[in-house]
Design a protein around this ligand. Structure first.
Ligand SMILES: C[S@@+](CC[C@H](N)C(=O)[O-])C[C@H]1O[C@@H](n2cnc3c(N)ncnc32)[C@H](O)[C@@H]1O
Length: 234
């Protein structure tokens, strides 16, 4: 509780508005999300219990529910949550918590996989660290935490400065660039950049061993500034 008050975790109005834009798009055509879920599966493989932070409309959860005995989603936004509940309603091994992952209490269940699919860029560092401190006790020995689509801090300056060159590069999508440049993702929207070193130190202090991987989302034109992170908790 104190941590939450201290850091005042919250998604900004701009971030919520930005995320809302994706609700209809993903509802109409979840193929992109499902394809990525396949890539995620290739890394995490399946197991007993999966916890997905920021499960959106639930398409990734639905896909992964065939490879885990139980899947728990957490979704903070009302419109995502409401549709997610409908999307997973036929599955009896999927549960959804409506709220901030900072407030999730897992009961006795431990998880062998915790997934954050394209969540970290929409929350502040303090928010993410608060979530991890809350969830750490729920990770089984030998479990993993997998985070996709982080934007790289070390490339941030280079990326912003190199914008004109990138814009002129064949096949590069200028709209996508505008979306990911800091504070320009959407008016009032937060976009967080991540340092591999800082994250490594954070997870090490939690007893985790971090590895940086190439992005699972291979169609993203901004792929060169993205990376995925796999943390093993021995
Ligand atoms: C890119 S979407 C995830 C897509 C998902 N894999 C799917 O299958 O549709 C990221 C989600 O994270 C949610 N989110 C962001 N911060 C959160 C938090 N602190 N707690 C719970 N959900 C959060 C957002 O509302 C958004 O729906």
């Amino acid at each position: 509780m104190a941590v939450r008050e201290q850091n005042n975790f919250i998604l900004t109005e701009g971030t919520k508005e930005y995320l809302s834009l994706w609700v209809d798009k993903f509802a109409k055509d979840p193929s992109m999300v499902i394809k990525k879920a396949g890539e995620i599966y290739n890394i995490i493989k399946g197991g007993n219990n999966l916890l997905e932070v920021g499960c959106g409309l639930g398409h990734t959860l639905l896909f992964l529910s065939y490879f885990y005995k139980f899947c728990q989603g957490i979704e903070i936004m009302d419109d995502f949550y409401n549709r997610c509940v409908v999307n997973v309603s036929e599955k009896n091994n999927v549960g959804i918590f409506h709220g901030d992952a900072v407030d999730f209490r897992g009961g006795d269940r431990k998880y062998d996989t915790i997934l954050f699919d394209a969540v970290l860029n929409n929350i502040t560092h303090a928010h993410f660290y608060g979530i991890m401190k809350n969830l750490r006790g729920l990770i089984e020995d030998g479990g993993v935490c997998f985070m996709t689509s982080l934007a790289d801090q070390s490339l941030k300056q280079q990326y912003i400065e190199g914008l004109p060159a990138l814009l002129s590069r064949k096949g590069f999508n200028p709209t996508r660039i505008a979306e990911i440049v800091e504070n320009n993702m959407h008016p009032k929207c937060q976009a967080s950049w991540w340092s591999k070193e800082e994250l490594g130190t954070f997870f090490e202090a939690m007893g985790g061993e971090m590895e940086c991987l190439a992005p699972t989302f291979k169609d993203d034109p901004a792929i060169e500034v993205k990376f995925d992170v796999l943390v093993r908790f021995p």
